[in-house]
Design a protein around this ligand. Structure first.
Ligand code: F3S
Length: 81
């Protein structure tokens, strides 16, 4: 199981993540990313078929703002494993 969330405090709106994973991430009007599946709460499991895209986005984020854990974030991007 994988859960994902964007740390919107550190996202620099670079625009890479939704290019890599368009079914997971979208941008708000300021260009800051969020996880579409759960309004960036990190509570909805990322579907199996999107895990490769998630990995690409995770590795491609220049500010390491995409967080991935095996347990839900419950809205807290600073949550540790
Ligand atoms: Fe932000 Fe990283 Fe995406 S900087 S726009 S979360 S690739």
């Amino acid at each position: 199981k994988k859960f994902a969330i964007v740390n919107r405090e550190t996202c620099i709106a670079c625009g890479a993540c939704a290019a890599a994973a368009p079914d997971i991430f979208d941008y708000d009007e300021e260009g800051l990313s969020y996880v579409m599946l759960d309004d960036n709460q990190g509570t909805v499991e990322i579907p199996e078929e999107l895990l490769d895209d998630l990995e690409d986005a995770f590795e491609g984020c220049p500010s390491e703002s995409i967080k991935v854990l095996e347990t839900p974030f419950n809205g807290n991007p600073n949550k540790e494993a």
